[in-house]
Design a protein around this ligand. Structure first.
Ligand code: GLV
Length: 321
């Protein structure tokens, strides 16, 4: 009997085929994620779950699945949606998809950085609303990247990939990560700094840390007050790393210069969220890894984790506590 698995959304066909060659697949192919209660129903008796960041995988799911469940393969590098501790306590392996989305996410971070520095969205709106009458020496002036300080909070794979790109634009990089050594900082050509120094000295601050109890609301009202009045905050990590109400207040109060967010809290952001009315804010719908090639690589990596887990092999990319 092939192992029975549940896949919570339609993934790249090549990855689905790879799983179907080994497993009996129950696929939820709705546009919206399965509600938690339906997820509980559908995972009864499965050996593996391929989940997405929109699925909360917790003890209720593990209880519903029962003792057959061997693996949760999350198709994302982040796994804050999965209760990894409860999984480990039950001997359920958890997999993720690091590495393959590093470049796509770093590229998107640069897209946000450039768009906010050079006011691209405002420029598009300006033309669409029929305001463009002439070239003017002070029309929509932005900021130079060359010589500007970019603070990177979270200097893992994606933070480092952003640093390499930003260095090519002539930016000076300040980096923080709890594990960043002086020699690693030196070989990456960045200055190791604590979070307060980054907030105080950076013209742009980009967040690349995982969401955890320690990083939830890392950027709160106090942190925002420490930033330069014209600094731009970029978040491509997880929405709750920023206290969004405090961000709105800081932007309204002119405490910082702007924000570019790929991630929000909650997701999706309400369409009447006041942040969306601010001209110096760009919000896009969690597109960090959203390229055809990257999503296919992520799906294949998640497929390999799932197949390894249900066939009793070590996961190629296991999350460890
Ligand atoms: C996306 O946000 C991911 O964690 O892969």
């Amino acid at each position: 009997m092939p192992p029975h698995v549940f896949i919570s959304r339609a993934i790249a066909p090549v990855a689905l085929k790879r799983i179907e060659a080994v497993c009996e697949v129950d696929l939820w192919d709705g546009e919206m994620p399965p509600p938690h209660s339906i997820l509980c129903d559908r995972v009864r008796g499965v050996a593996g779950i391929l989940s997405l960041i929109t699925d909360r995988i917790d003890s209720e799911i593990y209880d519903a699945a029962g003792s057959a469940l061997k693996v949760v393969s999350n198709m994302a590098v982040g796994y804050n949606n999965v209760d990894v501790t409860a999984a480990a306590a039950r001997g359920i392996a958890v997999g993720n998809t690091p590495g393959v989305l590093t470049d796509a996410t770093a590229d998107l971070t640069m897209a946000l950085l450039l768009s906010s520095a050079r006011r691209i969205v405002e420029g598009v709106e300006y033309i669409r609303s029929g305001e463009w009458r002439t070239w003017h020496p002070s029309l929509l002036l932005g900021r130079d990247l060359n010589g500007a300080a970019l603070g990177i909070i979270g200097f893992g794979r994606i933070g480092q990939a952003v640093a390499r790109r930003a260095q090519a634009f002539g930016m000076q990089i300040l980096a923080y990560s709890p594990s960043l050594s002086e020699s690693d900082a030196q070989s990456a050509g960045v200055t190791r700094a604590d979070i307060n120094t980054i907030l105080r000295e950076s013209d742009f601050v980009s967040l690349h840390c995982p969401l955890s109890p320690e990083t939830r609301h890392l950027i709160d009202a106090d942190a925002l007050k420490r930033m330069k009045n014209n600094a731009i905050l970029i978040n491509t990590s997880r929405g709750p790393v920023v206290d969004q109400a405090a961000l709105y207040a800081a932007l309204r109060g002119g405490e910082i210069g702007g924000a570019a967010l790929d991630v929000t809290d909650p997701e999706p952001m309400a369409d009447n969220d006041p942040l969306l009315l601010l001209p110096n804010v760009i919000v896009i719908p969690h597109l960090g890894s959203a390229t055809v090639q990257t999503r296919e690589k992520m799906a294949l990596m998640a497929a390999d984790n799932l197949i390894a887990g249900v066939t009793g092999q070590p996961l190629p990319n296991a999350v460890t506590l």
